[in-house]
Design a protein around this ligand. Structure first.
Ligand code: SF4
Length: 495
């Protein structure tokens, strides 16, 4: 070749890299540019670095070193960068620092662009979630329950020491009683140990063993309590976290190659999908999907300034709190509850003939009729607070006399007369959900759900081999999933 060919001639007109480049050229990246202000100019244009990252995520390249390599060797990356070659530090800093707080803005513009082109809908969405492993050591766990048990053990041992001290030096120990601690704190331990120490230190009758235990308590317990308090602050209501990524929570993953049910540090990723595109995403520490729906919809509103008109989701989201929230927000919900699918089949229904939902309710007399025809009367009500802090009103009904009933055993195994706790409000929501789901529109949405949203995760995890986040901490994980979401949406645009 006499003259080197132009790179532009070597990139096909329909190649995805051109679409990525065109889409990002059309975006407003002012917030990103604003993050650079203050002395000196950047060596690489932020728009070019954004293109590199988005195209890398579209092409299954997630490591900054691999991106650096692609920028040096891959003709499509060379075309995209105009032969500039940012190194992995530049790319990594850009991804984890510069994109903080601005990637969401980029993502929503891409979504709105696709909505304007009719590729996805902002009105009808399908919600689903998946767990993705965090970039954290699998054995670096801190368990909330272990902290609770250790604190209880310390409190119990302290009580024993206190009682021992009282038994041999009652006069000095009369003023306070530490067995009443509401919570054990480092300060309480320090004060109590000092009091016990003062009471028995010079007592010749005091056991050497107890004195040794007291010395150990003085040395270790306050520090342990301070450590537990710091860990509880990080837990912030969760039951676990990883020491190497404190935002990651230990959860059960679908991908369990060792088949041992091992819990792994990860994040619960929720998406609203439409036509296999991601309309909104949110990252949660929750082990179940139920409690993520409300914050996910809040994120939807923050992103798009509106709420979807129709939401379809599987039984993992069918809780009283969610039904109430969807109804109040005026969203048409097609959300299953547990047992919805089983209730649709006569043979499945017949396997559970005595469950509460099979009993006839007499609204006028406010009583249930048990399988033997006895009325089960209202004997009171109580409030149940769910893990999400939602108050549920339960009404208790009791059978009159189960003694000698031929159905006993099949209907009711416990001692005494059968008692049921009924959540009337949830039952009403379930009834409405059943009517919506079995309507013509409901059936259409149920059929569409596995097509509209489920392939998103299959595509990201299986086809594009993204099974573990590269970055640590929720903020950076949000950036990474944002890049994955843009990549997923642009792949759909290209397709
Ligand atoms: S066990 Fe009690 S509640 Fe059940 S059918 Fe017999 S009488 Fe009714």
């Amino acid at each position: 070749m006499l003259l080197p060919p132009s790179l532009d001639d070597m990139v096909a007109q329909s190649h995805p890299v051109r679409i990525v480049s065109r889409v990002i050229d059309d975006l407003n990246i002012d917030p990103l540019l604003a993050s650079y202000k203050g002395g000196g100019s950047a060596s690489y244009h932020p728009r070019m670095l954004l293109k590199v990252l988005v195209f890398a995520y579209t092409s299954n390249i997630y490591s900054s070193r691999k991106m650096e390599e692609a920028c040096q060797q891959n003709i499509h990356f060379l075309w995209l960068t105009g032969m500039q070659m940012p190194d992995h530090n530049t790319l990594n800093r850009f991804r984890s620092e510069r994109l903080k707080h601005v990637l969401r803005h980029v993502f929503t513009q891409v979504v709105q662009m696709l909505a304007a082109e009719g590729i996805l809908s902002l009105k009808e969405v399908y919600v689903d979630g998946t767990k993705i492993e965090a970039n954290a050591n699998r054995y670096s766990f801190v368990w909330g329950n272990a902290i609770k048990t250790n604190k209880e053990k310390i409190a119990a041992q302290l009580r024993e020491l206190w009682q021992y001290a009282r038994s041999i030096a009652q006069e000095e120990m009369d003023d306070t009683d530490p067995t009443d601690f509401p919570t054990v704190s480092a300060e309480t331990i320090r004060e109590t140990v000092a009091k016990i120490d003062a009471a028995i230190r010079n007592d010749p009758e005091a056991s050497k063993k107890v004195k040794a235990k007291l010395a150990l308590a003085k040395k270790n317990w306050p520090d342990a309590l301070e450590r537990y308090a710091a860990q509880e602050q990080i837990l912030n209501g969760r039951n676990s976290y990883s020491k190497t990524d404190t935002d990651a929570t230990f959860m059960r993953m679908k991908e369990d190659h060792m088949q041992n049910g091992q819990l792994k540090p990860g994040y619960n990723v929720q998406v609203s999908g439409s036509n296999q595109c991601i309309v909104t995403y949110s990252i949660h520490p929750d082990l179940s999907d139920t409690t993520t729906l409300i914050p996910h919809l809040e994120q939807y509103q923050t992103d798009h300034g509106i709420l979807p008109e129709v939401v379809t989701a599987d039984a993992g989201y069918g809780s009283e709190q969610n039904y109430e929230h969807l109804e109040t927000a005026g969203i048409d919900a097609y959300v299953k509850y547990g047992y919805f699918d089983k209730d649709q089949s006569e043979s499945e229904r017949s396997k559970r003939p005595f469950t509460q939902d099979k009993l006839h309710y007499n609204q006028e007399k406010d009583c249930y009729i048990c399988p033997m025809g006895q009325p089960m009367v209202n004997v009171g009500s109580k409030v149940n607070i769910t893990v999400a802090g939602f108050r549920q009103q339960l009404t208790t009904y009791r059978a009159q006399n189960c003694e000698g009933c031929p159905m006993r055993g099949a209907c009711h195994k416990g001692k005494g007369n059968r008692i049921i706790d009924v959540n009337h409000s949830l039952n009403r929501y379930k009834q409405r959900a059943r009517e919506a789901l079995t309507s013509e529109t409901g059936i259409k949405h149920r059929k569409r759900r596995p097509v509209e949203v489920e392939p998103i995760f299959g595509n990201i995890k299986e086809n594009h081999r993204f099974r573990r986040f590269m970055l640590r901490g929720k903020e950076k994980v949000e950036i990474e999933f944002g890049l994955l979401a843009i990549a997923q949406n642009l792949r759909k645009k290209v397709a």
